[in-house]
Ligand binder design. Structure first.
Ligand code: IPE
Ligand code: IPE
Ligand code: MG
Length: 238
């Protein structure tokens, strides 16, 4: 297979609620089933030598959802870390939480921090869990950092360029997103990683997140590599 591998893939994991509704199940059942799709995506990216995978798991807007669903999603992040840490280690995954820390319970933050510490020496896939994440919040936080550095006299406004903003984002060491994937058919960015999406290819598939598996992701990566090699750009989807 010719062409370069994507370095950074971002996924807006959508459609869990619809998946459950189609089966007459509660929404949280859809989230629960989405865990296997998360693990398959991590395995595929680790095997294929992708440098980074950012998974949109909970947006700053998702706090508006029913309390019970919010609680389920927050606890699920901890449960996935607890249950899958051994496999993350085996795969050489480096895990980190991307997003605001406010509003997240201390116990959840402790799990994110622990996962970061335990996996930080690994050499494989950088796995970002975007949780309580908003693209605008990230840019705002970068602006605040810049403003305080200017006020402290450590930076002049003229020195603020793209690199200066880039280096104050939540994951400054990671490259731009090469492919943005959104499942469940909506053609929306939903406040995902605005800065790193500037030059991304966009793949929207109607497959719902719990049904998104190895075959779908490998197909998208292979299409990217064909396109990179100048052999056309059929990503499937719509
Ligand atoms: C994505 O599935 C998961 C999160 C946003 C947390 P949804 O829960 O948004 O599923 P739909 O869009 O209602 O089908
Ligand atoms: C985007 O999905 C956020 C996540 C996948 C976490 P949503 O279902 O929350 O977004 P909208 O409502 O379609 O914009
Ligand atoms: Mg949705």
């Amino acid at each position: 297979m010719p062409g370069a591998h994507p370095r950074h893939i971002g996924i807006i994991m959508d459609g869990n609620g619809r998946w459950a509704k189609m089966r007459g199940l509660p929404r949280i059942e859809g989230h629960r089933r989405g865990e296997e799709s998360i693990m398959e995506a991590v395995r595929v990216c680790a095997e294929r030598g992708v440098k980074a995978l950012s998974l949109f798991a909970f947006s700053t807007e998702n706090w508006e959802r029913p309390e019970e669903e919010v609680r389920f999603l927050v606890n699920m992040s901890r449960d996935v870390l607890r249950k899958r840490m051994e496999e993350f280690m085996r795969l050489g995954v480096r895990l980190r939480h991307i997003g605001r820390r406010d509003r997240l319970p201390p116990e959840i933050l402790a799990w994110f921090d622990m996962a970061y510490e335990v996996t930080r020496a690994n050499q494989g896939l950088n796995l970002n869990i975007n949780f309580n994440y908003g693209g605008r919040a990230e840019l705002l936080d970068a602006c605040r950092k810049l403003a305080s550095e200017v006020r402290a006299g450590n930076l002049s406004p003229e020195e603020i360029d793209e690199a200066a903003i880039s280096s104050r984002l939540y994951a400054p060491d990671l490259p731009d997103i090469d492919i943005l994937i959104r499942t469940a058919g909506e053609k929306r960015i939903s406040n995902f990683m605005l800065w790193k999406l500037a030059h991304s290819r966009i793949v929207v598939t109607t497959v719902l997140w719990p049904d998104f598996g190895r075959r779908e992701l490998e197909g998208i990566i292979d299409a990217y590599r064909r396109e990179d090699a100048g052999m056309g750009s059929d990503y499937g989807g719509d």
